[in-house]
Structure formats: C-alpha cells, structure tokens
Design a protein around this ligand. Structure first.
Ligand SMILES: *Cc1c(COP(=O)(O)O)cnc(C)c1O
Length: 395
C-alpha cells in the first residue's frame, strides 16, 4: 500500500503544482531513531546541511540536538542563524574561499575539515590576521571504494577530495609550523548512498591505521570524524522508511579502535532526510511517440535534478491509484528544454491522463536544495504534513 493513497489525493485537490511534500512526522521519527542510536554509543552526529535546508526541516534537525556539517560559508552562517551551536559546526570542502574561511573563523566553529596543505596554510594565515586560533581536522582520502554510483564516490585516489596518503607526512610537518592552528582530529568521507555495510568496516580499518600513524609520531587525535554516506532504500520508501541506524553505528562501535577519551563524529545527510520528502507533480500531457509513450509532467530537472545529474532512481507513483489499476509503460519527462530532462524510462504506471497527480518518492535529500530557475521557472512550493495538520507554503 502506498503512502500516497486516495486520502492524500483529496488533500491535494485544487493545489497548484509542482510542490515538495514533507512528512514531518516521518522526519521526527527518523531523527529520533538516529539520535537514540548515536547517544547510546556516545557518538556525535553533525547534520550535513547541503542535503536539505528547507526551513522547517532544518528547524527540526536543530531541535533534535545534532551539530551541523557545512560545505560553504553561507551554510555556516545559516547553521548559526537557526541555532546550531558554533561549537558543533564543522566546515568541509576542497575550495573554501578566503571570505568563507573568515566567516567560519569569526564564528569560532568547532573545526575546519582541511582538504589540502595549501588550505591549511591559508587558514593559519587568516586566523593569525584575526588573532584567533582555528581547530582543524585533516581530511584524509583513505582510498576506500564506497561501491556506490561513480558520481557520488569521494574516497578514491582519483577523487578531488581530501589529502592523498602521499601528502600526509608533509601535512604533519607543515602543521607543526602553523602557529594559529590546532589539530583536533582526522576526517574521512568516502561517498554517499552507501548500502553495503562492509564498506564501513573497510573504512574503520583505514581510520585505525591512520590514527595509529599519527599517534606513533607523537600526535594525539581527539576526534575521529568518519563522515556520512549511509544510504536509504529508494526502491522501497514504504517498506523501509527509516535507515538502519543501529546496524550502521554498531559497525563503528565494534570496528573503530578508540582510546577512552577519543570522540567519534559522524556527518549524516541523506539518511536523515531523504525519505520524508516527495515531489508532487501534475500530468500535463500524454504523448504517444513512435516507440514510446511520454508522460509529460509539470515538474522537471529544475525541481529535482538527481535523475539527470547522477542517473539516480526515484520511485514514481500515481497518487491515489488502486493496486489493481491497469498499467502502461511511460517515459516520465519534464517540461524543460533538455533531452536529459526525464525522471524515468519505461516506467510501469497505472494508465494516466491529463490532470493526474504523480508522486516522485524519496526526494528529501539533494532535491529541493538543487532547484534552479533555469527556463525562468517559478520558485518551488512546499507542503508540510505534521500531526494531522497541513500547510502549503508558496513563494
Ligand atoms: C555531503 C557530505 C556529507 C553527507 O553525506 P550523506 O551521504 O548525505 O550522508 C558528509 N560529509 C561531507 C564532508 C559531505 O560533503
């Protein structure tokens, strides 16, 4: 049985489409489950803001007591603005501008995740100018294959992220000469939408190795930040609405070697927010091509870009359809003037007509945040469902 049944069809009647639908009850359940599983093991979780910074989503994540993981100066400012404590904010990214570094320095965030030796020297210099000390974690590229889509793999030697192993000796020596920088930890983030739990075991092995490497050289490591990447079930949003946080954290608990006062930090994005969001769109036209039937929606890559950017799969459903409805195969496409503007090819859907509503599921992460105004499209709307209350927010 789909979540988007005839009850929701009634609720959506007369609403202007497209819009993001956020199930805030599911979000709350997910956040509580993650928080409980982390707290039990004394783990710290930073929420990766880039996954979704919709106002109410962000408010709920903050209220749950997570820290924030930012990848731009504006995200740092946003995190502060919505109430994340500066002492729980990390800042990663291969290309931090001077302006962004100054912003983060002024807020005295918890730590910069430093991705190159040159960046470390610049942070040292800018911190010196302002007259404060900066905490840094070294982002190490551990050369672990995340076994996810190549476009969202970040921890291999050929990826641009983090310090390659060959540079660590030099990084450690440069660090000793930096007068305004303190090393607090090691940072790793190997990719996203990781569903093979063995990948996280391999990561633990690498983290242990590098931690020992530093400790053997007399450098104490307070924080082991293992990044994010926990995947969700794009094929079964109703069967598996909440990621398996217990199993995930348990792997790190069992396989990471820690001294008693060493902290373990995580940066979860997708697993916290992906399943609470869906994109609701209306069928504009049905076009029967030479070889294909096209279902043309009023939403496209300007509202949800993941299928076009990463060849990502999203489950597509007709809102309020009965399970027995007769099916047909459609290429589900958007209105944007690009051939890649398709959500799915040869999708079996209940026979549809102009005006029917379509739900594109698992669109809470890396979705609304990537909306663009290409083709001068309208700004995106969103609809919140929370404890029997609904709210459509239009721009
Ligand atoms: C994007 C990102 C994350 C979050 O990744 P998810 O796969 O969404 O959990 C964590 N850390 C860093 C450094 C990132 O860039």
């Amino acid at each position: 049985m789909s979540y988007f049944d005839s009850t929701l069809l009634t609720q959506f009647e007369g609403l202007e489409t497209p819009f993001y639908y956020y199930n805030l009850d599911l979000l709350q359940e997910t956040l509580s489950a993650a928080k409980a599983a982390a707290d039990k093991r004394n783990f710290h979780v930073h929420y990766a803001l880039k996954a979704n910074f919709n106002p109410r989503v962000l408010e709920m994540v903050q209220a749950q007591g997570f820290g924030a993981d930012c990848v731009s100066g504006n995200e740092v400012s946003k995190a502060i603005e919505v109430g994340f404590p500066a002492s729980q904010i990390t800042f990663a990214g291969v290309g931090k501008s001077d302006k962004e570094i100054r912003t983060a320095l002024k807020h005295e965030i918890f730590a910069f995740n430093v991705e190159s030796i040159q960046e470390m020297e610049i942070i040292d210099e800018l911190a010196g100018e302002i007259g404060i000390r900066a905490n840094v974690s070294l982002r190490i590229n551990p050369n672990v294959d995340a076994k996810t889509h190549q476009y969202i793999t970040t921890g291999l030697d050929e990826n641009k992220f983090g310090l390659p192993n060959s540079e660590l000796e030099r990084a450690a020596s440069v660090l000793r000469n930096c007068k305004n920088v303190d090393l607090v930890g090691l940072h790793f983030h190997i990719g996203s939408q990781i569903t093979d739990m063995n990948v996280f075991k391999s990561l633990c092995v690498k983290v242990n190795e590098w931690k020992n490497w530093f400790e053997e050289r007399g450098t104490q490591i307070r924080v082991l930040n293992v990044g994010g990447g926990l995947g969700v079930d794009y094929y079964g949003p109703d069967a598996n609405p909440i990621a398996d946080f217990e199993t995930y954290f348990d792997i790190f608990d069992r396989f990471l070697e820690r001294t008693p006062n060493q902290e373990v930090h995580f940066e979860l994005g997708r697993a916290l927010v992906a399943q609470c969001g869906s994109l609701i769109s209306k069928v504009l036209y049905i076009k029967s091509g030479v070889k294909k039937n096209f279902l043309i929606l009023d939403a496209g890559m300007t509202e949800l870009m993941r299928p076009m950017l990463y060849q990502a799969y999203h489950k597509i459903e007709k809102v309020g359809a009965s399970a027995e409805a007769e099916k047909a195969n459609y290429d589900v496409v958007g209105p944007i003037c690009e051939s890649t503007d398709a959500f799915g090819k040869e999708v079996a859907l209940p026979v549809s007509k102009r005006g029917d509503l379509i739900a594109i599921r698992t669109a809470g992460a890396y979705a609304e945040v990537m909306a663009s105004s290409y083709n001068l499209r309208d700004e995106i709307r969103y609809f919140y469902a929370h404890q029997g209350q609904h709210d459509l927010v239009a721009p």
